[in-house]
Design a binder for this molecule. Structure first.
Ligand SMILES: Cc1cc2nc3c(=O)[nH]c(=O)nc-3n(C[C@H](O)[C@H](O)[C@H](O)COP(=O)(O)OP(=O)(O)OC[C@H]3O[C@@H](n4cnc5c(N)ncnc54)[C@H](O)[C@@H]3O)c2cc1C
Length: 635
């Protein structure tokens, strides 16, 4: 963590000084805002936490609930989400609080006595080492708390406007505030009062029954019928031996359970499959009594028993596999020519079963994707064309999610004797683990994702996928660190320069590249950094040398990797790294050690381009497409 460069920080460095809108944030929702976020679920709070880093923006988050979510809803936190929490600065606290999944037990009917279940395979949860971050279980309410804390401690001091619900909106030709939103107070003295708010942009994060979605005429497409689960958070006594292990349990009569041990050591969540909901059900399934769900659970786990002592939360969760036909308000025939003004995220775009634990996770990535892009456009860093990439990118992710979840749900509900072999279910789980872990996303070439012409220079950083961290040694203080963990959710781009030659003092492609980046008129660093801002305010440049850190002399490191920052012009020493001889990043990530490589990473941690050190024109052109030129910075 870096701080003190603006002067001595006496308190918690995670609480940033208020600035801009954070100094004058009104208690009441104002008449005009830059961004109105609707709904404080996982998608809405991450968008709030990201946008709050930009104090020049007037961003408000309206939520119909009167206050914080207290319990319930999703609980599975994929490793990609923990990685994301790290970027927002709270991964360590969640890890300390959460339950950690290390393996998953598969139970199925005993072939000798089919009405008894027996344990099958117990594969490790991350057999391929997809991430250095763990797979966690923690309540959605706590995830919301952490993001809202980040938003409240950010320069814009963003806190939700609780007790206000979205009613409708219209998109007009108004040049300043094209979206007119009608909202209504849901609590307190003003309950029932309606008013309008004008916004430049609206992000609909209002869940599966999204009113924002209806207002822009988008519709969910997919299954016509729903599937229901009884979800119980219980404190119980049981002789089921794997009650503190994540389990998929299939019984002989087709009933199945997903058992999730919860944080704190005692609480356990039971997802009990209640089957397909008939078209004429008219919501009756939601009235399923708790005792009926407990009875069903007992029948499925026979011969074991579940003696429930307390049910702190339960729900009948009814959902179909659906993807909304577009994630913004631009009709398909005008995509690319009309600027989107209203965006949909999370459950407003995609609904599916709880079995792969994806609802909260994918929703957070939606919220992060659109919010950094909106911040770029609203602060004048990027052209409006950037906004069209949101729907294009996330629609594909949503469709892949639905396809994966449909197959996983089908397999879990299939009687074992109807599967191709007894280990089919657990094999599928292991083989496809990249997807539920959140690492299946691969963005196609677009305005912001380059083609893979030079992928061979860094095969371990596939373009379009999230930047997978690796260990390195920070040269200045010989600290072993993870390269990717220094990338915070501050809206900045990262450019990693992997050196081509082991001696920094020698003539090398790296040295020429660094000189160009630091001084040339067409350098993207000079072109896209606003006047007076720190040199790394928009694009943060880091170098990774091949040799041991002891053989890197700071005096020989090009100046562009040692930028002077803050009002005192202090040198930032934390952008210079060396390979760790025990776990060499060049070998781990397939970096061409003869030619080196340049790896460009987006603010949401996805690899945007891999280029040769000699391809300065390509790097210039990449950023010229994505970012707008700024007044030349003084150095
Ligand atoms: C009862 C329930 C149980 C669930 N159980 C599971 C589970 O067990 N496992 C799982 O993986 N997923 C579960 N989910 C789904 C999971 O919680 C979602 O996938 C995830 O929360 C989606 O995040 P989101 O931000 O898109 O929407 P949500 O979390 O639904 O958040 C939407 C927010 O918008 C607010 N809102 C809605 N309409 C308006 C309006 N008009 N104006 C203002 N605010 C509005 C809501 O109050 C809510 O806070 C459950 C969802 C629900 C509702």
């Amino acid at each position: 963590m870096q701080f003190h460069h603006h002067g001595y920080v006496t308190g918690d460095p995670l609480i940033h000084p208020a600035a801009g809108y954070g100094l004058e944030r009104p208690d009441d929702l104002p008449d005009e805002v830059d961004v109105l976020i609707v709904g404080a679920g996982p998608a809405g709070v991450i968008a709030a936490a990201q946008l709050a880093q930009f104090p020049g923006l007037r961003v408000h988050l309206v939520e119909r609930r009167p206050g914080r979510l207290e319990m319930g809803q999703a609980d599975g936190v994929a490793a990609r989400s923990v990685e994301t929490f790290h970027a927002f600065g709270f991964s360590e606290r969640v890890i300390a609080e959460a339950y950690r999944i290390t393996e998953m037990a598969f139970w199925h009917p005993d072939p000798a006595r089919p009405d008894h279940i027996v344990r099958g395979a117990v594969p490790p949860d991350d057999p391929y080492g997809l991430s250095e971050f763990p797979h966690l279980i923690v309540n959605q309410a706590r995830v919301l708390d952490y993001f809202l804390e980040v938003a409240a401690h950010a320069p814009a001091r963003l806190t939700p406007d609780y007790g206000i619900e979205f009613v409708s909106l219209t998109v007009t030709q108004d040049a300043d505030y094209p979206v007119t939103v009608t909202v209504r107070h849901t609590t307190g003295e003003r309950e029932g009062e309606q008013r309008t708010v004008r916004a430049r942009y609206v992000i609909g994060c209002d869940g599966a029954h999204s009113a924002v979605r209806s207002a822009i005429g988008r519709t969910p497409v997919g299954d016509t019928s729903n599937h229901a689960w009884g979800v119980l958070d219980v404190l119980a006594v049981t002789d089921f031996p794997d009650v503190r292990t994540k389990c998929a349990i299939q019984s002989h009569d087709g009933g199945n359970i997903l058992l999730i041990p919860r944080e704190g050591g005692f609480l356990v969540r039971w997802y009990v499959d209640l089957g397909a909901v008939p078209d004429d059900d008219a919501g009756q399934v939601r009235a399923t009594p708790v005792q009926a769900i407990i009875d069903r659970a007992n029948a499925i786990i026979h011969p074991y028993t579940l003696d429930v002592r307390s049910v702190p939360w339960h729900s009948v969760y009814e959902v179909g596999h659906r993807v909304t036909d577009g994630f913004d308000d631009v009709p398909a025939d005008r995509a690319g020519t009309q600027t989107p003004r209203v965006f949909l995220t999370g459950d407003a775009c995609h609904t599916h079963s709880a079995k792969a634990g994806q609802g909260m996770n994918v929703s957070m990535q939606d919220g992060w994707n659109i919010s950094w892009k909106l911040a770029h456009v609203l602060t004048g860093r990027a052209p409006e064309a950037l906004l069209a990439t949101y729907s294009a990118e996330r629609h594909v992710v949503a469709q892949n999610l639905i396809d994966f979840d449909r197959e996983w749900s089908r397999l879990m509900a299939t009687p074992p004797e109807d599967l191709p072999d007894p280990a089919y279910l657990e094999d599928f789980y292991v083989k496809t683990s990249e997807f539920p872990f959140g690492f299946g996303t691969c963005y196609a070439p677009s305005l912001i994702t380059a083609t893979a012409d030079h992928q061979d220079l860094a095969t371990g950083f596939p373009i379009g996928r999230r930047f997978k961290s690796a260990p390195v040694v920070r040269v200045a203080d010989a600290n072993p660190v993870e390269l990717g963990h220094h990338a915070r959710a501050d809206g900045r781009w990262r450019v990693y320069a992997f050196a081509d030659a082991p001696a920094p003092a020698d003539a090398s492609a790296l040295r020429d590249w660094a000189r160009w980046l630091g001084t040339a008129a067409d350098s993207p660093l000079l072109r896209h950094t606003p006047h007076g801002a720190d040199p790394d305010a928009v694009i943060e440049v880091k170098v990774i040398y091949q040799q041991d850190h002891a053989h890197v002399e700071t005096a020989d490191v090009p100046a562009v990797f040692l930028p002077r920052v803050g009002p005192f012009g202090l040198i930032d020493y934390e952008k210079v790294y060396a390979a760790d001889p025990q776990r060499d990043i060049f070998a781990l990530r397939g970096i061409d050690s003869a030619r080196g490589a340049v790896v460009v990473v987006r603010p949401d941690q996805y690899v945007a381009a891999v280029l040769p050190l000699t391809a300065t024109g390509s790097l210039r052109d990449y950023f010229a497409r994505v970012l707008l030129p700024q007044e030349a910075a003084s150095r």
